[in-house]
Ligand binder design. Structure first.
Ligand code: NAP
Length: 323
């Protein structure tokens, strides 16, 4: 496999490299791309130094698979150029996710969708990925009727400059990336607002959840919030099911599901937190309890490493499906 990483110097790009090294992904050749800013810098992968190249329209030949994490506009422009040259693009941005004909894939949930690609496979939004890993086995067991997401999203989800805002904000410096200080604060806005009053991040969670689960009319809503945590997204997921459930049995359904670790012993103070999930592959679930305000309701707390399962790991799992 001839592999390329586009956006190799970013937060997700660097995590791609970590995951490749940790999983022992085998490749014949590797090329790393960035903008002109970082081109020429050296990055070590599996003990070998690689020079980062500037992404231009001339590159793409000889590459089998390209992992893109360089922002929506770069993906919009370059993914079709790569695809035309026979490269399979796995794209981390939101640019292609809702495009008909572009599979939106979470390997634990809808691996079969990947086969229908026409050169581009989209990696879903970070909060959506961890949510659907938890929702899919529950849907299979009890049928989803309505879902309410409330997120607590780490700054790493907004890239290097956002992490710097939190770190420097704790030293009293004003923000450079966010509109408001993130240190000692939280910001109930992720991405821009639409006319509906929802942010684009909230709409991504709603539409992508429906597409991945193959439930176009699922009733789902979301409020997404940035919190002063470096890494690891937490989500309160409120679910109403079509069918009655037994809580102990539901816990076993989640325990048996791929990619999930149930961590739920409130009496012992055991529940997942961002520091639990950071650096780990699994989606962690805790605080499982009935929502008695509806017929068959559940509240759960879902935590995952947004850079890893929410981005780099999921994309590499997709690559592993295809090669
Ligand atoms: P980041 O830390 O800001 O890194 C951006 C990367 O893209 C850098 O390597 C940058 O290169 C490169 N880049 C920027 N403009 C480019 C261009 N015109 N041509 C080639 N490379 C270019 O951002 P990130 O957090 O890694 O996110 C990257 C993408 O992944 C975004 O689309 C984001 O929405 C998506 N994503 C992020 C997360 C997350 O949790 N962070 C999760 C899912 C998806 P330079 O070093 O030269 O600037």
């Amino acid at each position: 496999m001839n592999l390329a990483i586009v956006g190799a110097t970013g937060v997700v790009g660097r995590e791609f490299i970590k995951v490749i090294e940790q999983r022992g992904l085998v490749f014949d050749s590797l090329r790393l791309f960035s903008s002109a800013r970082s081109a020429g810098s050296s990055v070590t992968v599996c003990g070998k130094d690689y020079i980062v190249e500037e992404l231009t329209e001339d590159v793409g030949e000889g590459i089998d698979i390209a992992l893109f994490s360089a922002g929506g506009s770069t993906s919009l422009h370059f993914a079709p150029i790569f695809a035309k040259k026979g490269v399979l693009v796995v794209d981390n941005s939101s640019a292609w996710r809702m495009e008909p004909g572009v599979p939106l894939v979470v390997p634990e949930v809808n691996p079969g969708a990947a086969a229908a690609h026409k050169g581009i496979i989209a990696n879903p939004n970070c909060s959506t990925i961890q949510s659907v890993v938890a929702l899919k086995p529950l849907h299979d067991a009890y049928g989803l009727k309505r879902v309410v997401f409330s997120t607590y999203q780490a700054v790493s989800g907004a890239g290097i400059n956002a992490i710097r805002d939190l770190q420097e904000g704790m030293l009293g410096k004003p923000p450079a990336h966010f509109k408001h200080p993130i240190a000692g604060n939280l910001i109930p806005q992720i991405d821009s607002f639409t006319d509906s009053g929802y942010t684009k991040e909230e709409l991504k969670m709603i539409h992508e959840t429906r597409k991945i689960l193959g439930l176009p009319s699922l009733r789902v809503t979301a409020t997404t919030v940035r919190v002063p945590v470096v890494n690891g997204h937490s989500i309160s997921v409120n679910v109403e099911f079509e069918r009655a459930f037994d809580l102990a049995e539901l816990r076993e359904v989640l325990r048996a599901a791929k990619g999930i670790e149930v961590m739920d012993d409130p009496a012992a103070g055991l529940y997942p937190m961002p520091i639990t999930a950071s650096g780990r592959d699994e989606v962690f679930i805790g605080r499982l309890r009935r929502d008695d305000s509806v017929e068959s309701g559940l509240n759960m707390w879902c935590v995952a490493d947004n850079i890893r399962k929410g981005a780099a790991l999921n994309a590499i799992q997709i690559a592993e499906l295809m090669f």
